[in-house]
Ligand binder design. Sequence first.
Ligand code: GDP
Ligand code: MN
Length: 346
Amino acid sequence: AELAEGSPTAAAEMARLGLLPSAGRQANASFVVLIRNRELDDFLDTMRQLEDRFNHRFHYPYLFLNDQPFSRSFMQTVAASTTSNVTFALIPRDHWSLPSFIDAEQAQQAREQMARNNVVYGGSLSYRHMCRFNSGFFYKHPLLQNMDWYWRVEPGVDFYCDLDYDPFAFMEQQGKLYSFVITLKEISDTIPTLWDHTLQFMLSHNVTSDWMSYFVSRSGNYNLCHFWSNFEIASLNWLRSPEYNAYFDYLDRAKGFFMERWGDAPVHSLAAGMLLRQDQVHFFDDIGYRHDEFARCPDLADRGMRLRCRCPKNLVNFDVNSGSCLPRWKAFGSAAAWSERDTREA
Ligand code: GDP
Ligand code: MN
């Protein structure tokens, strides 16, 4: 249904759709936070905003994951910062280690080479474990097996506005399976062969998609557009599907998580391009958000009151940055419209 945002009937309409928190959490969903002990302060700042802006009304639980044991003070402080359930869990060792088919020495040489080339995180092994974990393992964690939805949160991100409806219930009702707030271009040096392997996967598994061309540049290569995965609200059932896991396993065997530095963001994005319809991917244009130096704020002209945003005065909205893929996302709307435009521009 179309919601006339800011109109007096918007709240009533959302209540009718079951998106308001009349009875606490409505969806089978959880926050998922992969984090290190030393990131506690950054997370407390983020959690304060998340609770105040959203979760004090919905009470969704948090699952904290770590490859190292959480410290007692980390767990106590976090637990004291929300009335929602919090669970702290250790990642199974085999979800965070070199698989048998990776040669440790070769992988180290690849890292050293990337470090010499000044690729961001190019020399880091733990960063690669993190990307591989977020690509193919977090949703396999035993504590998420009875969950349908997750919201990934990172320490240090900001939420600028209220979210006064339930985004999980929204996704469920609108038939969405994946979502984003910021979309940008990947650093090509981190994924030299990811696109080729993805095309090979599509060919060998007879995958067809009517919007994969969204990810293709004029020259026929990957245009590097991806949804930034430090914010994600998405379906765990989709990630647990045989199709998604066939893709992850294929990529894993291609060794690029270790021999290159494939990020989970392009992996999730290309999987969505192959396996979902474009209308199953949702852009949360009413979420104000910052991760590192990239931030966005909703257009407040018609819904400033409802969203109660507090965006920095000097915020440079990434939506209109030349590096943002949002204009392409919006223009692509229907595959037909885009191919018409390609023809015209050609
Ligand atoms: P960036 O966003 O790509 O710059 O990478 P981050 O350093 O923010 O890492 C992404 C997420 O993974 C954050 O939630 C981090 O807290 C988490 N993370 C990264 N490396 C590790 C690690 O070695 N151990 C754990 N437990 N979490 C990690
Ligand atoms: Mn981060």
